[in-house]
Design a protein around this ligand. Structure first.
Ligand SMILES: N[C@@H](CCC(=O)N[C@@H](CS)C(=O)NCC(=O)O)C(=O)O
Length: 219
């Protein structure tokens, strides 16, 4: 039995969406981020990323963590690639080249897109985007995303999917990274093939099921 540590309102959404796609049973331990708690060390604090019991599983103090028997894995995109490969089927790589391409896109997502996309999400969520300093930051981060979004738009316009001609774990990983950039009004819409692909990813029943559970958690 797989165990996922991490609330839906975290990068655990990635592996939780995949498990929904695959219809796999799993145990869910909703570890919450310590920074979201007034006092993570309080006696009545919920199980959180700084709880000693969690740090013994994940010294990095971050969710998600995946346990598969005695095997423990951190890094959300390593988890989705692991579970997809283990499960096999259309979401998984069909051969070594597809596997390499799925790793390529996951690494591109976390290195070229996630930092700027997260900065935009934070600026909007914290109400900074409308301040003069925030507007400068938004402009800089949008500028940083232009080339990677154009790369994805060109690729998706030609093939419709990141790897092969079907929805795979590579699409799921990138869609989750790109979700943060949707906080910036109109940004993704400026890249029509990318916007259409992202809408299709987020229209999938498994994404919607994950999203409903996420929305049911306290903000
Ligand atoms: N690169 C890591 C990032 C993990 C991460 O930063 N997780 C955040 C939640 S999305 C976290 O647990 N933060 C803990 C904290 O700051 O208290 C991954 O993709 O798994």
């Amino acid at each position: 039995m797989l165990t996922v540590y991490g609330v839906y309102r975290s990068r655990a959404s990635r592996i939780l969406w995949l498990l929904e796609e695959l219809g796999l049973a799993f145990e869910h331990v909703p570890v919450i981020q310590a920074y979201r708690l007034a006092d993570p060390a309080a006696d009545d604090a919920p199980f959180n990323t700084l709880s000693p019991g969690f740090l013994s599983i994940s010294p990095a103090g971050a969710v998600p963590v995946l346990r598969d028997g005695d095997f423990v894995l951190s890094e959300s995109l390593a988890m989705t690639l692991y579970v997809a490969r283990k499960a096999g089927g259309p979401l998984a790589p069909a051969d070594a080249q597809e596997n390499a391409l799925m790793e390529q896109w996951a690494l591109y997502g976390v290195s070229a897109i996630e930092p700027a996309a997260l900065a935009l999400l934070s600026a909007h969520a914290e109400g900074r985007a409308s301040t003069p300093e925030g507007a400068d930051l938004v402009a800089a981060e949008v500028g940083r995303l232009r080339r990677p979004l154009a790369v994805l738009n060109g690729h998706l316009g030609a093939t419709g999917h990141l790897v092969g001609t079907r929805f795979t774990v590579a699409d799921l990983n990138m869609a989750e990274v790109l979700r943060y950039a949707q906080a910036q009004p109109g940004l993704v819409d400026g890249y029509p093939a990318l916007a259409a692909w992202l809408a299709a990813c987020q229209a999938r029943p498994a994404f919607k099921a994950m999203w409903a559970r996420r929305q049911a958690e306290p903000a």
